[in-house]
Design a protein around this ligand. Structure first.
Ligand SMILES: *Cc1c(COP(=O)(O)O)cnc(C)c1O
Length: 389
């Protein structure tokens, strides 16, 4: 065996021993919340397709029409010849939907955050993140080289202490004045399903002269009078400098975006490496996302959102978002519970380290508008009986 193969074998065995080895499951068909996995039909409670738009005929038709007009690929990066009309139309819709001056789309939400944070910050700057923020923010922070400070999940006192520290003179004499300070958090947290206190964070950022990035991946389409997200719901649009989101969850397509001032977007076009050095997203993805924004912003969007919340509350009356974690703790026990649920016809992932901390494994239930009330209720009964057995 070569050294590489030997090394890989040891590392894989280690993952197996810890109950942390993961593998792909091939999904042979996926329609609404119905999946077929290994020939077995399963009800999908793991999708981020919160409003059921991935199988909406209007998104499908917009994609097909776009492929007919523009082809299957964009052919080049946006700054070359890849800046196709559907990308511009999408960005106009995104800016209007999120009430910002401008928007920029990326090939994924991950790329949006990575490109933005690394463009804005240098090693002389400071980034402050919530302990539970998504891996894309953590990776962006590390890659930027900025000094990284972490506050306990939603702990405003710790955030305030760190903000005060950023304003103290540096040891060695030079003031920290002039350093950029960026706070980054999610609005609805992806593995815990709880919400960030955005109003208080905005108050602190103003008080201490910091900038704020909010990742709305799990909030778009779900919160706010016009379903724009938790920023809309908490009326903090003016206080959030950088709104980040994905087209791959409630918007039923694929890609990511940043919404903000025209200067911010102009700067990112010129500096965000994940934007500059990457082929433009396929135009059909932009066309589908534009169709989704139109639906979410319409009266029908409200109908879908109401159905979603009714399902969420049927499953768990106090849930704060469409993500409802069922805490199990032990990694192997979580995997067993997911297997037992599969036997009963439910597809629900066991979330383990490194996605969450060791020993805090959980079943992560995602509720969608395409589920029926009975399905949500029956799942609750099934989970109770499996975990109490
Ligand atoms: C899914 C997700 C992302 C990444 O978005 P993609 O478009 O899937 O790359 C970023 N942040 C959070 C909180 C997410 O859940």
């Amino acid at each position: 065996m070569s050294e590489l193969q030997h090394d890989l074998q040891e590392r894989l065995s280690h993952l197996h021993e810890l109950g942390l080895h993961r593998q792909l499951r091939r999904v042979d068909s996926s329609k609404g919340s119905q999946l077929t996995v290994d020939g077995k039909p399963l009800l999908n409670f793991s999708s981020n397709d919160y409003l059921g738009l991935t199988s909406d005929p209007r998104l499908r038709d917009a994609s097909i029409e776009c492929i007919r007009n523009y082809g299957s690929g964009s052919g080049a990066a946006r700054l070359l010849s890849g800046s196709l009309a559907p990308h511009h139309t999408l960005e106009e819709h995104l800016a209007e939907f999120n009430q910002t001056e401008a928007a920029l789309s990326f090939s994924s939400g991950y790329a949006a955050t990575l490109g933005t944070v690394t463009a804005l910050l240098t090693k002389d700057d400071i980034i402050i993140i919530d302990k539970l923020v998504h891996a894309s923010v953590v990776d962006a922070a590390r890659l930027s080289g900025a000094k990284l400070r972490v506050f306990d999940h939603n702990d405003l006192n710790q955030l305030e202490d760190i903000l005060k520290w950023t304003r103290k003179p540096r040891t060695g004499g030079d003031a920290k004045e002039g350093r950029r300070v960026l706070i980054a958090t999610e609005s609805a947290f992806s593995m815990d399903g709880d919400l960030a206190p955005l109003r208080e964070i905005v108050r602190l950022k103003h008080e201490h002269g910091a900038w704020l990035l909010v990742d709305e991946a799990h909030a778009t389409g779900i919160f706010g009078p016009n379903r724009r997200g938790l920023i809309e719901q908490t009326q903090t649009t003016d206080g959030v400098d950088i709104q980040m989101g994905t087209l791959g969850k409630a918007l039923g397509s694929s890609g990511g975006y940043i919404c903000g001032s025209r200067k911010l977007i102009d700067f990112l076009i010129n500096s965000a490496r994940t934007f500059i050095f990457s082929t433009a997203p396929i135009p059909a993805a932009s066309a589908a996302a534009t169709a989704a924004i139109r639906i979410v912003g319409s009266a029908e969007g409200e109908t879908l959102r109401t159905r979603l919340w009714s399902n969420i509350h049927t499953f768990q009356d106090k849930a704060a978002s469409a993500i409802v974690p069922i805490h199990v703790g032990d990694e192997s026990r979580a995997v067993e519970a997911a297997g037992a649920l599969r036997d009963r016809g439910y597809f629900i992932p066991a979330i383990r380290y490194p996605t969450v901390a060791r020993g805090s494994a959980r079943l992560r239930v995602s509720i969608n508008a395409s589920h029926s009330t009975n399905e949500a209720r029956d799942l609750r009964t099934a989970i109770n009986s499996i975990l109490c057995a």
